[in-house]
Design a protein around this ligand. Structure first.
Ligand SMILES: C[S@@+](CC[C@H](N)C(=O)[O-])C[C@H]1O[C@@H](n2cnc3c(N)ncnc32)[C@H](O)[C@@H]1O
Length: 297
């Protein structure tokens, strides 16, 4: 794989011109960065949050790879084989779909999912073009696989030392079935790294809860369904067959809710609460955050 410093700037600029809309921010050449949904620093911080082991010689499956930021990153870190798997974002013209998303956010009008939208073109894979262009610039050996992870036959894929399941769990209608499939492609003693939208309800952290989004409540996206709390995330991984689960993220601080609400949450946990009948003032609104977990088979 070519180092970023060795990619000619003109070639990278030409890719930016051809593909102005990206999900990931990727440095294609020195100081030539694609315009993803968040700045490059966000993705670099996310990469650090994965707490990846030494990747030299490892096989990696990146489920829901999108533009490939994490696939290229692990290839750079020395992975021997990287498979980038995606379906929905690759099968739609995501640059056009993003325009509809912005319009829907502005107007409040409903937005179809990519596969129900007028931008769905699975025969042409328009959404994979930015990934392909970056792959070519980097002379990368990342192997793209087009498939719906939930319905495709996973046997031919084999099993991987490291499986990345980043930003995908909350898109799953059946998160337990999804994690079972993640476990099935993780090699014995392998590691699955999971990143997901998550939530906590102050005072109820020890119970397993998932918040359900029947419509477009989460980020105006009709393909977002569930956000677990950390206890539910760990429980889902265990129920899916992972032997050892570590939640890497600290839970959000309840004080972010404001002092009065935090006091209500604290009071609700004490015996004073039932005597005074103040349970009702406890704040049960979920605190959203991104959770990272390591799960071992
Ligand atoms: C929010 S993006 C996350 C992209 C990347 N993994 C990251 O963390 O930045 C979700 C990605 O998962 C993909 N995806 C969702 N459901 C999928 C499925 N059933 N099979 C394959 N890919 C899926 C989408 O197409 C999209 O590219």
């Amino acid at each position: 794989m070519r180092a970023v410093k060795d990619v000619p700037r003109e070639d990278a600029q030409a890719v930016l011109q051809a593909y102005p809309t990206w999900y990931h921010s990727i440095e294609l050449a020195p100081d030539v960065v694609t315009s993803g949904i968040a700045p490059l620093e966000h993705w670099e911080a996310s990469l650090r949050s994965l707490q990846l082991p030494d990747m030299h010689g490892k096989s990696v499956l990146d489920i829901g790879a999108s533009d490939g930021f994490f696939s290229f990153a692990v290839e750079r870190m020395g992975a021997a084989r990287v498979v980038a798997l995606d379906y929905y974002a690759w099968s739609a013209d995501m640059a056009e779909y993003a325009k509809d998303w912005r319009e829907s956010k502005r107007t409040g009008l409903p937005l179809p999912s990519p596969q129900e939208s007028r931008h769905w073109r699975p025969d042409e894979l328009p959404g994979r073009r930015p990934f392909d262009a970056a792959r070519e610039l980097f002379a990368s050996k990342v192997e793209p696989v087009v498939g719906d992870f939930m319905t495709m036959d996973l046997t031919p894929l084999g099993r991987f030392d490291v499986v990345l399941f980043l930003g995908v769990l909350y898109h799953m209608q059946d998160p337990l079935a999804a994690l079972r499939r993640v476990a099935s492609v993780t090699a014995p003693h392998g590691l699955a790294v999971i990143e997901t939208e998550a939530m906590e309800i102050a005072g109820l952290e020890d119970r397993s809860f998932c918040e359900f989004f029947p419509g477009m409540e989460l980020n105006n996206d009709p393909t977002n369904w569930w956000a677990p709390n950390a206890t539910a995330l760990a429980g889902l991984c265990s129920a899916a067959g992972f032997r050892e689960v570590t939640i890497l993220t600290k839970r959000p601080e309840p004080r972010r809710q404001g002092r009065a609400k935090a006091l209500g949450s604290w009071l609700a946990k004490t015996s004073i609460a039932s005597k005074l009948g103040v349970g009702a003032i406890a704040d049960h609104s979920p605190l959203r955050y991104r959770a990272y977990a390591h799960a071992r088979v």
